[in-house]
Write a protein that binds this ligand. Structure first.
Ligand code: AMP
Ligand code: ZN
Length: 113
């Protein structure tokens, strides 16, 4: 979708620090981390929020949930992590493209050195 910053990230039109990517999802480090590890996982398909998930998105949503633990493991979060999704105004959703925050305690290895 035009003017959606996360669609631009998914399309590599603007740079991001990618943690994981395949044909359906991309995970990238949050610009303004609220934890030592803070990664956002998004579908490449534009879905504004959980309120806009359609019947045909069920498998994609399951896939995101399935991949989150693999991405967390790759980030070294063996001792646990939080998964948060802010949806709508009352939840202070600022970017209107569905995303799941992975928040963990392990120190970031980025930037290197
Ligand atoms: P939310 O409040 O759940 O909508 O969170 C949106 C998140 O996106 C915030 O934590 C922002 O720091 C993050 N964010 C916004 N723009 C970018 C960007 N270009 N690259 C990485 N993270 C971003
Ligand atoms: Zn989008």
């Amino acid at each position: 979708m035009a003017d959606c910053i996360f669609c631009m990230i998914a399309n590599h039109e603007i740079p991001s620090n990618v943690a994981y990517e395949d044909d359906r999802i991309i995970a990238f480090h949050d610009l303004d981390p609220q934890a030592p590890v803070h990664v956002l996982v998004i579908p490449k398909k534009h879905i504004s929020s959980l309120d806009d998930v359609k019947e045909e998105d069920q498998e994609l949503l399951g896939y995101i949930m399935f991949k989150i633990h693999e991405i967390a493991a790759d980030l070294g979060l063996e001792n646990g992590y939080r998964v948060v999704s802010n949806n709508g105004e009352d939840a202070f959703q600022t970017v209107k493209h569905l995303h799941f925050h992975i928040l963990g305690k392990r120190k970031m290895t980025w930037p290197p050195g």
